[in-house]
Ligand binder design. Sequence first.
Ligand SMILES: Cc1cc2nc3c(=O)[nH]c(=O)nc-3n(C[C@H](O)[C@H](O)[C@H](O)COP(=O)(O)OP(=O)(O)OC[C@H]3O[C@@H](n4cnc5c(N)ncnc54)[C@H](O)[C@@H]3O)c2cc1C
Ligand code: SF4
Ligand code: SF4
Length: 476
Amino acid sequence: MPHVITQSCCSDASCVYACPVNCIHPTPDEPDFHTAEMLYIDPVECVDCGACVTACPVDAIKHDGSLNPAERIFLELNADFYTEPRPRPLLAPVVPPLQVRAPGALRVAIVGSGPAAMYAADEVLTIPAARVRMYERLPQPGGLSRFGVAPDHQRTRAVSRQFDAIRTNPRLELLTGVEVGTDLMHQQLLAEHDAVIYAVGASADRPLDVPGAELPGVTSATEFVAWYNGHPDFTDRSFDLSSRRAVIVGNGNVALDVARILTTDPDRLAATDIAPHALKALQQSKIDEVIAVGRRGLAQSAFTVPELVGVTSMPDVDVVISESELKSLPDTDPRARILRDLPRRPGNRRIVLEYLQSPTAIVGESAVRSVEFARNELVAAADGTVRVKPTGELRTVATGLVLTSIGYRGRPVADLPFDDVDGTVPHTAGRVNGIRATYVAGWIKRGPTGFIGTNKSCAQETVRSLVADYNSGLLA
Ligand SMILES: Cc1cc2nc3c(=O)[nH]c(=O)nc-3n(C[C@H](O)[C@H](O)[C@H](O)COP(=O)(O)OP(=O)(O)OC[C@H]3O[C@@H](n4cnc5c(N)ncnc54)[C@H](O)[C@@H]3O)c2cc1C
Ligand code: SF4
Ligand code: SF4
């Protein structure tokens, strides 16, 4: 009867170092850590000691006897990861403690207060006498762990308890309502600190570039997410929820979050910490169908398997997908197992997953009335990758709300170099290229990939570079 990792896993790897038999993988030093959708427990090796349960900040680990019916798929998902033999040491390699060899107390400025900033601060503060001053442009700290994670993901949002605990360290000073680059410049930060870490996230949207995209009723999922989470920049937004169908362009995890929030019974949302103005609007909503459309096929879907489990296990919402799409997946694919034989329950709202279509125009006079899509087919490119090719067939979908969810990207940071293609700050192991004593962590460093906990190993790498530079006298 092993323990099992479930949907809310955010990949922070705390459980890895708690496990006495090294049966939780991939570990941060293993090559597949950065591509894995979660961590998995080897059911054969687990000795059921329960140490990982206490270590997990988001209550993701359960004894298999306490899984509810919707979570039982995670038994298979955990076991599947170990189908191939996996060589491993007796214990996961522990990250050695940081050591400062230069005299004096290290002073670090951190810009941002999201997950990457908090993990970076936690790492710096392991050094005796080191001090951190954190600058956040918003009145409240937390970044996307507060204003991005969906309100119905209560277990994931519990990670904020860990960040709250880090903030109680008396050697950390948090200054909110300060935008670096506007209220305070980089040179001022450098004058007062030994080093500056930018953990400013990737808050810009990739825009939808089709005729009509500027019509009222077309907006980004980013704005919708920020609105329902009470982000102070977006509380005055309003969304037209009066038509019966919403269309989401994109099918990643954010698209699924938005589809869930639009279809969940508001009585259930009322039990979460959704923003009151959003709850009120959703209580009046007429939307009973959300179509999430991807330009490629089901096999190339951007959502992760744990998120798919979350959306298909809603009691009051049916997930609909065509048989032909399902056939495109081999039976062994976990997504096929999850999507096969989904129930159809009369009266339920619906989330429809559609594929192989690209929007070509948003149609309407004073507001969106429909979206025109071109159908695609998949073709193998010369380099072996799969590309989409329009078939020439068009279809029109009536809707009053279009949300675009086609990716995030970083914004340029004042006084720092910027890679306009990737939307990141160019760096080497966290050191900003060509600028002294300046570092990056989180999404502005590696782009909008991974989960909350992925920022932990990312921030640790950055702080290790910073301390190595301090010890070498490069920050003097
Ligand atoms: C909609 C959404 C839902 C998600 N849901 C989940 C989930 O359920 N589970 C999960 O594991 N991961 C989830 N993620 C991913 C997770 O939120 C990210 O991995 C993580 O937040 C990235 O951390 P970060 O610190 O790099 O950036 P952010 O969290 O964006 O933090 C950046 C911070 O910097 C501040 N800032 C920016 N510029 C400045 C400036 N010039 N001066 C001062 N402050 C500044 C911002 O206000 C912000 O507080 C989600 C992401 C999104 C977008
Ligand atoms: S219950 Fe114990 S042995 Fe099993 S995964 Fe957790 S820490 Fe490891
Ligand atoms: S969230 Fe962290 S501690 Fe919890 S299961 Fe995932 S990797 Fe382990």
